[in-house]
Design a protein around this ligand. Structure first.
Ligand SMILES: [Mg+2]
Length: 325
């Protein structure tokens, strides 16, 4: 049996008033659009150096900071990978149904896989094959599935559930995540990234983020501890991924520097770039994105990201209005 839809995101007026979220709709829109563009740009930038070591990157590029395409996937300049296209598939399923519905999302991911994406992770493939075989929208719990595949595509959940209480946000995150990644470490990392993006949308500072989210996550799960030794050449393990992302986010003060820092660590660089991009875009807003990166990004993808960012924000606003009554 397919799992049923969760309730609409629950609006939390008390929270809203206390943090001033949406006081300026133009600022919120810039952060939401910036976050979606940051995801795509980080993905396109990082894909060139995916699976390279930091040493190899230095040798070839000195510092890798231009969107060039290429890489092991032989991408066109400005092309993105599964990180961005799975997020778009997730967002389309939310927009089509007006809710975070496990069956609709699983069907959208399955259609995405049938369309032969340029790249697909092992856990994503096996989770979707499980769905095809059984119709079930929750993959079996697996201690080996602590990959970053659920986290890389989580942005539509962050936008749609903005203003909901934390429990509802975590529940919504698991609905999309567990289709392929049913793992407590993946859950903890993904939910933290969503809560961080939402707090940044609301105007929280990076210093507050460090104390409210990153340090508590690392205290609970030492796999995320990022302070002592920088993580180089990160694998697809969510612990490695977020150590690089946190290091890049908290040790830089611009979107550009954050993304350059993340992808030059090599390894799973498209995904560290994508997640760092979502967070940095939410933090610094659309105007912080360098023009040369916007120009290089595939125009169709760019349009799809900004359109979806605004449509999901409208859906969230509509849901909020309903719940106000
Ligand atoms: Mg990828």
């Amino acid at each position: 049996m397919l799992s049923s839809a969760p309730p609409h995101p629950i609006h939390d007026p008390e929270h809203e008033h206390s943090n001033g979220c949406c006081a300026d709709p133009a600022v919120l829109k810039s952060r939401v659009r910036g976050s979606y563009l940051g995801l795509a740009i980080g993905d396109a930038l990082g894909a060139t150096v995916e699976f390279m070591t930091p040493y190899e990157i230095r040798h070839q590029y000195h510092v890798h900071q231009e969107i060039l395409g290429g890489g092991w996937l032989r991408l066109k300049k400005g092309q993105v990978t599964d990180d961005t296209t799975m997020a778009l598939a997730l967002g389309e399923a939310i927009l089509a149904t007006g809710e975070i519905n496990a069956s609709a999302i699983a069907a959208a991911f399955d259609a995405w896989m049938r369309a032969k994406p340029v790249d697909i992770g092992h856990t994503v493939r096996s989770g979707l094959m499980h769905y095809r075989r059984t119709g079930k929208t929750t993959a079996p719990e697996d201690e080996m599935s602590a990959g970053n595949g659920a986290c890389m595509r989580c942005l539509p959940i962050a936008i749609t559930t903005l203003g909901a209480n934390e429990k509802a946000v975590r529940q919504a995150s698991k609905i999309q995540a567990h289709i392929t990644h049913n793992n407590p470490l993946s859950d903890a990392g993904t939910e933290t990234v969503i809560l961080m993006i939402q707090a940044l949308f609301k105007g929280q500072t990076l210093n507050q983020q460090l104390h409210h989210y990153a340090h508590p996550l690392a205290a609970k799960y030492p796999q995320f501890y990022f302070r002592k030794r920088p993580c180089q050449n990160p694998s697809g393990f969510i612990g490695h991924t977020l150590r690089v992302v946190f290091d890049a986010l908290f040790n830089t003060d611009s979107l550009e520097d954050c993304l350059v820092e993340a992808v030059n660590r090599g390894g799973d660089a498209d995904t560290t770039g994508a997640i760092a991009g979502m967070l940095a875009g939410a933090c610094y807003g659309e105007t912080a994105i360098p023009q040369r990166w916007l120009k290089a990004l595939d125009a169709k993808i760019q349009g799809a990201c900004t359109a979806q960012a605004e449509q999901l924000l409208s859906l969230r606003n509509a849901a909020s209005e309903v719940n106000w009554e």
